[in-house]
Design a protein around this ligand. Structure first.
Ligand SMILES: *Cc1c(COP(=O)(O)O)cnc(C)c1O
Length: 356
């Protein structure tokens, strides 16, 4: 049976990327060695890293005032590394709390300085994005989560700020054209929309660094990673390689405009189906719905388990909602074909007609 992979992360990758990556495990670029066996300072890996960095810059339309880093760890590492590098003792950072990941970022930042939560959607279970709020003038930066993977909300228009804007883009990076120059720092764990787990993409505007007094451990210091060209120590070679292949795939497919076109086709189909069937209900404010992760519920909670059983039987993988939210979550990352969403929507209709 063909599986339809709606996993929230690690998640679906393009088939061609998986095929090329498996060939590289046996023999990388006819070198006679596996990608897992080559030195990270060899020209072989140098080319991989260089292509990954230049693809990011090309997709984001960034000039040399920005640096692109591939660092160890997940986005969770960045929750700590961002304030460690940008927020001095006693200084203030502004954060938006729109869900579980933003809240964790707030928790880590408060270890380094003062956190002012300027917008908070917890009053309505994070089913919307609060867009009007004031940012203190003395804030070193404003931190947002561009797409709330768990709650299913997404910023469709980014806030205007006078302070540097920092974004966790883990779950919608490279899904749509964005004016990336609005941001001073962007980070993303690779395993949602860009590659394999184990590596973080960090894009940083150089002028925000070097402004605090704190002594930063070497491996945590963005400036030192820039100076070392992401080769301070052994990077996660294979994970960087898979990201490079995925970035190449995005460019070959037509770049971010094409990713957005596919994204809208998939998410419109799904949300229209949800809205047309009284058996299903989405609680997220329509204008804030995520195009990457659709979170919704059965109007009759008793029907949730039978619906999930049916999904499983029909080869739908990863559609159970996050453990603290429940319900259904359908993740529609770049590599997910429209056909999978079509399949899922057909199944919703069949289930609705049986239980209507
Ligand atoms: C998955 C996710 C994280 C956590 O990523 P890890 O790589 O597991 O640390 C953080 N932020 C967002 C928005 C996510 O979707």
């Amino acid at each position: 049976m063909k599986l339809h992979n709606f996993n929230s992360g690690p998640s679906i990758l393009p088939q061609s990327v998986l095929e090329e990556a498996s060939r590289a495990i046996l023999n990388f670029n006819d070198s006679g060695l596996s990608i897992l066996e080559i030195g990270h300072r060899t020209p072989l890996f140098g080319e991989v890293l260089q292509e990954a960095v230049s693809s990011v810059k090309k997709l984001m339309g960034l000039d040399d005032s920005y640096e692109v880093l591939f660092l160890h760890g997940g986005a969770t590492t960045q929750f700590m590394q961002v304030p460690m590098n940008l927020l001095g003792d006693g200084e203030t950072a502004a954060y938006c709390n729109n869900g579980i990941w933003g809240k964790k970022a707030i928790g880590e930042a408060s270890l380094f300085g003062k956190v002012e939560v300027v917008a908070d959607s917890s009053d309505r279970n994070h089913t919307y994005i609060q867009k009007a709020f004031a940012i203190p003038d003395n804030a070193k930066y404003l931190h947002i989560t561009s797409n709330n993977t768990v709650e299913g909300t997404q910023w469709h228009q980014f806030p205007e700020t006078t302070v540097p804007l920092v974004a966790d883009m883990s779950s919608d990076i490279f899904s749509r054209p964005v004016d990336f120059r609005k941001f001073s720092l962007i980070y993303a764990g690779a395993q949602k929309n860009m590659g394999a787990a184990g590596v973080n993409l960090v894009v940083v505007k150089k002028d925000i660094l070097g402004k605090i007094q704190r002594r930063i451990p070497t491996i945590m210091d963005y400036q030192k990673h820039i100076d070392a060209g992401s080769l301070m120590n052994t990077p996660p070679v294979f994970a960087v390689y898979v990201s490079m292949l995925t970035l190449r795939w995005i460019l070959e497919q037509g770049g971010l405009a094409e990713m957005e076109r596919r994204m809208l086709e998939k998410s419109n189909l799904l949300y229209n189906t949800i809205d047309s069937l009284p058996l299903f209900k989405a609680l997220v404010a329509k204008e804030d719905r995520s195009h990457m992760n659709a979170v919704f519920f059965l109007s009759d909670p008793e029907l949730e388990a039978p619906f999930l059983d049916l999904c499983k039987k029909e080869g739908m993988v990863g559609v159970k909602g996050y453990r603290t939210v429940g319900g259904i979550r359908v993740s529609m990352y770049n590599a997910l074909p429209l056909e999978s969403v079509q399949f899922f929507c057909d199944l919703m209709k069949v289930f609705a007609s049986r239980n209507g």
